[in-house]
Design a protein around this ligand. Structure first.
Ligand code: ADP
Length: 178
């Protein structure tokens, strides 16, 4: 993973999040929790079929109507290098409605669960900026605000924001308030 920027406990990297070795990676899942395209598909392929089974169990036991936007659910990482997957559902971008708080909630709730479980290394993809159409620069401002606000309160946690391309990492850094 190539590091583009490094702060005290926050890094901006370029690479494939399925290769991240740490306590958890965050998955930009959909409400069904049953797999999808983009980073979700890549995570399921790398984790192996046990991840889908664990997600089906979450649907059966905890989230029969699917995972609401902004909420999180945790599974093991199975064959991934990371020990856990924190699944979250980002908002689909809409011109007619401000969904920034829903996007912020994905990051806040994933940080909360990482803090509860005492995780020390966590990676996020750029939630909602692919198939869900959130403009990357707008997302960058939201994400960097959450990190500035929350990370100081979770002293043991290091966060890596993983972008799939160098261009995406640089777009983030131009728009972020770090
Ligand atoms: P969403 O449906 O939330 O928009 P996507 O998976 O379509 O989620 O895209 C979210 C972001 O994840 C996009 O910026 C996409 O380029 C990126 N992405 C896709 N695959 C990977 C991967 N293996 N590692 C890191 N980022 C990825």
């Amino acid at each position: 993973m190539k590091i583009h920027w490094q702060g005290e406990r926050l890094s901006v990297a370029e690479g494939d999040i399925t290769r991240f070795d740490g306590d958890a990676i965050v998955n930009a899942a959909n409400q069904s929790l049953l797999g999808g395209g983009g980073v979700d598909g890549a995570i399921h392929r790398a984790a192996g079929p046990a991840l889908l089974e664990a997600c089906k169990e979450l649907r059966d036991k905890a989230w029969p109507d699917g995972l609401p936007v902004g909420q999180v659910a945790v599974t093991p990482g199975f064959r991934l290098a990371a020990n856990h997957v924190i699944h979250t559902v980002g908002p689909v971008h809409a011109k007619s409605e401000d969904r920034s708080q829903q996007l912020a909630d994905c990051y806040r709730h994933a940080l909360d669960v990482a803090a509860e479980r005492g995780f020390s290394r966590l990676a996020f993809p750029a939630i909602s900026t692919g198939i869900y159409g959130y403009p990357p620069a707008a997302a960058a401002a939201i994400v960097s605000d959450v990190m500035r606000e929350r990370l100081p309160n979770i002293p043991g946690l290091e966060v890596t924001l993983v972008f799939f391309s160098a261009a995406d990492a640089e777009t983030f850094l131009r728009a972020a308030n770090l």
